[in-house]
Structure formats: C-alpha cells, structure tokens
Design a binder for this molecule. Structure first.
Ligand code: ADP
Ligand code: MG
Ligand code: ZN
Length: 651
C-alpha cells in the first residue's frame, strides 16, 4: 500500500491544478471585514456601552453622606432634625440640622437611607412634619435610561451568546453553529461553476461505465420504473486511496444534474456523542425530500467497520450510526430514485450487514490506472497548463507505473511550480522529469520500478498467463498486469469459468502448473531467477500438500486422510501446532510425494514455455508496452504470434 496520497492532494483538488502564488485575493491594502472581525467589533462595542452605563449611565441622586437606618430617619423627621430631603425611588437623601453656623442647615451632616416604596408614605410623613422635600423622577424613567437599563441587563447575556456563537463557529469551521449539531452537515452540490463531470475523471473507464447506468437512471427514473425494475440503491466505490473515488462520485452528481448530498463517514461520528444517528436520519430525510438525488458517504469504513470489532467491545456511537444507515437504506421506497454511493479503500473491514443485498450490494472497483489510463489522467490535469511542445505525456505515463490519479495530479502541479520557479512560459519536459524525481525520491516510494524490474515482472506474469493458456482445464486468464499493487509487482488474474465446489485432479494440476509459470518464465527468458515467486511457491506447495494428505490424489500415499479435522479451504496454510496423527515414516513419504509432484509439474511447465517461447516474448513485450492486457488482447497476441511463427517455420 502506498502512504495515503489521498490527504495531501485533497486540498489541491479543490484549488485546481495550480495554486497561483501571491497574496490572497482582495487583500490589497483595504481592511477586509470578515465575519469574525464584525463579531469582535460588536462584542467590543457592547462591552463598552455596558461599562459606560454601568458607571455613569443611571442619573441617580447617588448615595452621598452617612447611611442611616430607616427608623432613625423617621425618628429624625418627627423630631424636626431634618432640613430637607430628596427622594428618588427607594432612596432618600437629605441634610440634618447639625450645622455649627447660624443656620444649622448649612454644612449640616448629609445622610441617606432606604425608604419603603411607593414613597407616598414617606412624602406624607415629610409633609406632616413640614420638612421640605423634592421627589426626583425614577432613574429608569427617562428614554436614555431605558436603553441604559436594557443594555445593563442584557449586555452580559449578549456577550455570552456572542462567545458561544464564536466558539461554535470556530470549532466547525463553516456556517454551521453549535445548535445544529444533530443535523447532517451534508454538503449539497448543485451544478455550479465548478461542476465536476466524467471528463474530469480519466483512466477508470470500467468504473465510469458502471456509474453511467446510475446517471442515466437518475436522469430518467420513469424509464426504468416503467418496467418495474428496481435500480440498486447502494453502490460501493472500492479502490486504493487517490484513485479518484471521491472525484467519481462528484462527477456522477455533475453528470446526472441532481442534488448531491455528500458527507464523510468521519463526520457522522464527531464532536458530540449521540449525534451520528440523528445526522444520518436528517441526511436521509433531506434526501427523500429532494429525490431523485444522490447521497454520497465518503470514507464509509470510518463508520461502517464491523460491529463489535476492536478493543473494549467496540464503539457504541459508531454502531448506532451504522445501524441508522442500515435502517434508512432498508426504508427506501423502491420507487424513490435515491442512489446511495459510498467510497472506501478498506472493503475488507466493512460490516457484512452493509454489503447485504439491498444495501451496498454493488461494487464498482476503482483500480490503479494502467499506462493508457495514466496518460489520460495526465492529460486531464495538464489541460489548463501551458504545455511546452517537447512534453510527451506518454513518456511521463510510462515512467510512473504504480502511481494513482492523486499522484499524477500532484506531479502536474509540481511540474508547473518548477517551471514557474524557472521563469518559463511553458511547462517543459524537464520540469516533469524533475518533478517526478522530486516526488519519487521525496516520498521514497519503492513503487516506481526500474526498467530491469519491470522486465522481470513482465516475463514472470507472462509466464503465468501462457502456461494457463496452454494447459487444458486451467482457469481462463482474465487480466495480466504489471502495474504494481500492494506488495505485488504484478498480478495475473484468473476468472474461474463457474463457481466450483469440487475440484478435479486435472484442474488442480493445471492450477499448480500456472502457479509455477512465473518462476519458470524468469528462468527460461532471463536465465536467472528472483525472489518474486515466493508467494507462488507458497500457494502451490499448500495445494499439493492438501492433494496428497487430504484428497487422496497421490498414488503412493493413497486414499487416506492425513490432515487434521478442520474446514478444508483451498490453498490455506496449515496452522501451527497442529497435531500430527501419522507416523514419522508417513510424514517422510508425504514430503517425498509433494516434492515429486511439484517436480513433475515444474518439468511440464518448463516444456510448455520452451515450446511457446515466442508467445512468452510477445506477451512480455505487450506488458512492457501497455502494462495491462485483458483476455481478448491476450488471445489476439497469441493468435498473432502463432501466425508469425508458422510463417517463419513455413508450416
Ligand atoms: P480517492 O477518493 O479515491 O482517495 P480522490 O477522488 O479524492 O481519491 O482523488 C484526489 C485527487 O486526485 C482528485 O481530486 C483528482 O485531482 C486526482 N485524481 C484522482 N484520480 C483521478 C482520475 N482518475 N482522473 C483524474 N484525476 C484524478
Ligand atoms: Mg476520497
Ligand atoms: Zn507469480
């Protein structure tokens, strides 16, 4: 597996192939007001106003003088010790007749006290005792004070709301806020200016063909429903990271021109516990309202992992979310034109319930591109770049085996940046070569094979294919490729003619033969052998061992079962520590039989490849040229080579 190129390229995908250097748009000296700044300003002003009103805002009479108790005040009034009183709300201030001058009211002691409200009682009391008094309007009566008190009361609340708002914006990044956490964050793609179509996706023709059906269905659901057909509503895009699964899903939406709800699996399980399921519900609710439409769940494995797996009994939250997805998918009206697409690079970890018929029962494989595919992808990503005349994309494609779409997009971008740094007007071939060097060396991916390795691999895989082709009873070859994937440098895929439950000896012998074909081809064509056949040997040896010890297919050992009692599984390794229920002597015989059988097959394969040497060369050459050949191409090559051969030998 490659170190996920997915992540590093996702941004780039949104920005287009080349990011212009320089300042961000619009930032040319003027102050830009964005949402956050406005929020800050509002909050600042609110705080300021609040402070102003809190300090000077209420035009109150204040509380000057010594505080006295209400009873003292009443007593002072009735005993004639008070000169004058000013009343406002529940406060009375006044002066006592304690002045030392001629008039005791001058320089008299000031006091304040709390009185009962309404203050009419106090006024009556003052009137009865002939104390001059003055009632001031309530501090909350004037227009200014109304605003003041509102602000005074509400500013802290406003401030609090502002802070919560700001934090929730910050944590979710988008226009979302904290209060919509239970709703789905599905992004709705509609045909905008950045509409993605199938023209933007290259090198994955088979996947496109599969998806075109969906596009067609979404455009004209009536046509399909007329005959009562049910279109599959779950499709799983499967493939290594960076091969364009997300891109394809967007392209489907772009092509179909229907609403497209996109959400990543990880977004269901995020931030707040317990929202996953409700988000799913909400997402499908929205989708049902706008059918026909597409629901796209990216990175399905984030939420769709096998339930109950993992440490500590699994993740409750995730399981609920997954259950909700299953429920929603079952709840579709079959006539409702909703297609649920999902993408994953780990189909192996998905919960089997997700893959059941009626759910994600269709798989679209998005595989690593072959040479022609890479060239097409390079063409897509360089179409907006000014390209030099010397750029040969077919050469670039040839030099990038194992790279996926995201790598190639990155390569184009890198080449453009290098050319820009060199002040070139156009991106030239040198830029591409340097960019490739930089990426390959920088990432230290052993995936880009040397010419010699490619040659060996080509012969190896051609060997498997030719032996299979020339051996009766062997499985038909489906596809041969030297595009490296995972640990394998190349793969020959077979397509069993039908599902088999019972294997004949002849079939197994053929299978052993083509298993050995890779190594023998290396030996025949290149005169040397490599480590590349380890896996083949492992499979072959396991198979032969089972033939001898379980299936009674060796004369010397005879029809006796010498294995342990466990499920027979073709090609599976013997488990360690298995009890041996037979003698040392028999073990020796079994080993000899295994060895002998393999040896016999090896000689047979050598013979096949020696007589068909011209075919081996032709297929290997085709592989070096095209990297992937399917069964029809293979047959064409074989026919061609055979006819040439007969011309040469005059037969
Ligand atoms: P995945 O979802 O399979 O991991 P993406 O769809 O996110 O991969 O691909 C990342 C980027 O790589 C895309 O946005 C696109 O620029 C580029 N890319 C990947 N595959 C292809 C392709 N087949 N054709 C064109 N561009 C591709
Ligand atoms: Mg993706
Ligand atoms: Zn092999």
């Amino acid at each position: 597996m490659m170190p996920s190129p997915d992540r590093q390229n996702r941004d780039q995908n949104d920005r287009g192939p080349m990011t212009p250097q320089g300042s961000p748009p619009g930032n040319n000296g003027h102050i830009q007001f964005n949402g956050t700044m406005i929020l800050w300003i509002v909050m600042g002003v609110a705080l300021l106003v609040w402070l102003i009103f809190a300090i000077w805002g209420s035009p109150s009479i204040g509380s000057s003088g010594t505080k006295i108790s209400t009873s003292t005040f009443v007593n002072d009034v009735t005993t004639g010790k008070v000169c004058s009183v000013t009343i406002q709300d529940d406060t009375a201030t006044g002066v006592l007749k304690t002045g030392t001058g001629s008039d005791p009211c001058v320089n008299g002691q000031k006091f304040n006290t709390v009185i009962a409200t309404p203050n009419t009682d106090t006024a009556t009391l003052l009137g009865q005792n002939h104390v001059p008094y003055d009632i001031k309007p309530s501090s909350s009566n004037s227009a200014g004070s109304v605003i003041g008190s509102i602000l005074l009361n509400f500013a802290p609340i406003l401030l609090l709301i502002g802070i919560i708002f700001w934090f929730s914006r910050r944590s979710s990044g988008t226009q979302q806020n904290l209060f919509s956490f239970g709703q789905s964050r599905a992004r709705l793609y509609t045909s905008g200016k950045t509409r993605t179509t199938f023209a933007d996706v290259a090198g994955v023709e088979e996947a496109k063909v599969d998806l075109e059906e969906i596009v067609d269905y979404l455009r004209t659901p009536e046509r399909y429903q007329r005959l009562g057909g049910k279109i599959p509503h779950g499709m799983l895009l499967v493939g290594p990271p960076g091969t364009g699964k997300t891109l394809l899903a967007k392209a489907v939406a772009g092509e179909a021109d229907v609403p497209f709800f996109s959400m990543s699996g990880s977004e269901f399980v995020e931030m707040l516990v317990g929202v996953g399921a409700s988000r799913v519900r909400d997402l499908f609710e929205k989708a049902k309202k706008s059918a026909p439409c597409i629901v796209f769940i990216d990175e399905l494995d984030a939420v769709g992992r096998q339930r109950g797996a993992g440490m500590g009994g699994g993740n409750d939250e995730r399981e609920q979310t997954l259950n909700q997805i299953l429920v929603e998918m079952d709840g579709f009206d079959p006539r409702q034109a909703i297609v649920v697409l999902a993408a994953t690079n780990r189909p192996d970890v998905l919960d089997p319930a997700l893959l059941r018929p009626g759910r994600f029962d269709r798989r679209v494989v998005v595989d690593r591109p072959d040479r022609a595919g890479r060239q097409a992808i390079l063409a897509v990503h360089s179409r907006d770049l000014p390209m030099g005349d010397d750029v040969k994309l077919d050469i670039v494609a040839r030099n990038t085996p194992g790279m996926v779409g995201a790598d190639l997009a990155n390569l184009c971008n890198e080449a453009a940046l290098l050319a820009a740094r060199r002040n070139l007007d156009k991106v030239d071939m040198q830029s591409f070569e340097d960019a490739l060097d930089r990426i390959v060396i920088g990432a230290q991916r052993p995936l880009v094979l040397s010419e010699q390795e490619r040659r060996i691999t080509a012969f190896h895989e051609a060997g498997h294919a030719i032996v299979a082709l020339m051996t009766p009873e062997a499985d038909p070859v489906h596809k041969v490729t030297i595009v490296p994937r995972g640990q394998a440098l190349g793969v020959t895929q077979f397509m069993p003619a039908e599902d088999r439950h019972n294997y004949s000896r002849g079939y197994l012998m053929a299978r052993i033969a083509y298993g050995l074909g890779g190594r023998v081809a290396e030996e025949t064509a290149l005169g040397d052998v490599t480590t590349g056949a380890e896996n083949d040997f492992q499979n072959v040896t396991n198979l032969v061992r089972e033939m001898v010890t379980r299936w009674g297919m060796s004369k010397r050992v005879g029809p006796v079962f010498y294995g342990s009692d466990r499920e027979v599984f073709l090609g599976r390794e013997m488990s360690l520590g298995q009890q041996r229920e037979f003698s040392e002597h028999m073990a020796g015989i079994i080993d000899e039989e295994v060895e002998q059988l393999i040896d016999e097959r090896y000689q047979y394969v050598k013979n096949v490849l020696a007589t068909n040497r011209h075919l081996l060369d032709a297929v290997a050459a085709a592989l070096l040229e095209r990297e992937t050949i399917d069964s029809t191409e293979l047959q064409a090559i074989v026919r061609q080579a055979a006819s040439e051969q007969s011309v040469i030998t005059g037969r």
